[in-house]
Design a protein. Structure first.
Length: 243
C-alpha cells in the first residue's frame, strides 16, 4: 500500500506527462492530412493506353483511437489525484512543541497553510524594531512605553566679552577684541521614550515561531506518511464521457 508522500511525489510527473500527451493528441487531430486516406487505381481507355500504378495514402490518425488513448492517459491522472485528495481529507497529525500538543488531528492541507503563514510571520517578527542598546530602558506604565532615566544637561548661551589688546593713549584709542564665552543659563532634563521592543523579547518571539515551524513540518511529514487507499475514479468518468 502506498503512502501519501509517495503519491504526492509522483503526481507532478504524471500531471506534466499527461499535459504533454494531451497536447500532442490535440495537435494530431487538427492535422486533416493525418486523418485522411485515399486509394485509387488507373485504367487506360484502351489496351494501347499508358499504364499507371495505383496510389494510396493510409489514415494515420483515428479519432476513436485518440479518444481511447486520451482516456487511458487521463485515467491515471484522475486516479492519482483522487487518491491524494481523498487521503488529504483523512491524513492528520498533532502539532507538538516542547512536549505540549498545541493542535490535535490537524488536516495535512491546513498544515501546509500553517507552514506558509509561519514563514511570513518569521519575516515579520525578525523586522520588529529593537530598543537602542546604547541606552538603559525601563517600562513606564503611565506612558505605556519604554523610557530611559532622566539625563541632565547644561544649556549655555554665548555672551560677548571684550578683550583689551591695547589701552587707549592720547594718540590712539584702545584696541578692543570682542569674543564670545559660553555661559550656563539653565539645565535640560531629557527622558527618551520608545515603542520598540527589547532585543531579548524579539529573540524570544523568533524562537517560538521557529519551534512552531519545526513542529508543523514534523506534523506534515507524519501526516504525509499515512497509508492511502487507491481510488479508481477515472475509468468511471471516461466510460461515461467517451463510452
Amino acid at each position: 500500500m502506498a503512502k501519501l508522500n509517495q503519491i504526492i511525489a509522483v503526481e507532478k510527473g504524471i500531471k506534466s506527462g499527461t499535459l504533454r500527451d494531451l497536447t500532442d493528441a490535440h495537435h494530431g487531430l487538427q492535422k486533416q492530412a493525418l486523418l485522411s486516406g485515399i486509394s485509387r487505381t488507373y485504367q487506360p481507355k484502351d489496351e494501347e493506353g499508358e499504364q499507371l500504378p495505383p496510389e494510396s495514402t493510409r489514415v494515420q490518425v483515428k479519432a476513436d483511437e485518440v479518444l481511447r488513448r486520451t482516456a487511458e492517459i487521463m485515467t491515471r491522472l484522475f486516479d492519482v489525484t483522487a487518491t491524494k485528495d481523498w487521503a488529504n481529507c483523512e491524513a492528520r497529525a498533532d502539532v507538538t512543541v516542547d512536549g505540549q500538543t498545541l493542535l490535535r488531528d490537524v488536516p495535512v492541507t491546513y498544515l501546509l497553510f500553517l507552514e506558509k503563514q509561519l514563514t511570513d510571520l518569521h519575516t515579520f517578527v525578525k523586522k520588529l524594531p529593537a530598543l537602542d542598546a546604547a541606552e538603559t530602558w525601563a517600562f513606564d506604565d503611565s506612558a505605556d512605553a519604554w523610557r530611559t532615566e532622566p539625563v541632565r544637561t547644561i544649556r549655555t548661551k554665548k555672551v560677548p566679552r571684550n578683550h583689551v589688546k591695547a589701552e587707549a593713549t592720547d594718540k590712539h584709542p584702545a584696541q578692543v577684541e570682542v569674543y564670545y564665552e559660553d555661559v550656563a543659563v539653565g539645565y535640560w532634563t531629557t527622558v527618551k521614550f520608545s515603542g520598540a521592543l527589547p532585543a531579548r523579547r524579539i529573540n524570544e518571539l523568533l524562537e517560538r515561531v521557529e519551534k512552531l515551524q519545526q513542529a508543523v513540518k514534523f506534523a506534515r511529514e507524519e501526516a504525509n506518511g499515512a497509508e492511502v487507499t487507491d481510488r479508481r475514479v477515472g475509468d468511471v468518468v471516461f466510460r461515461y464521457l467517451f463510452g
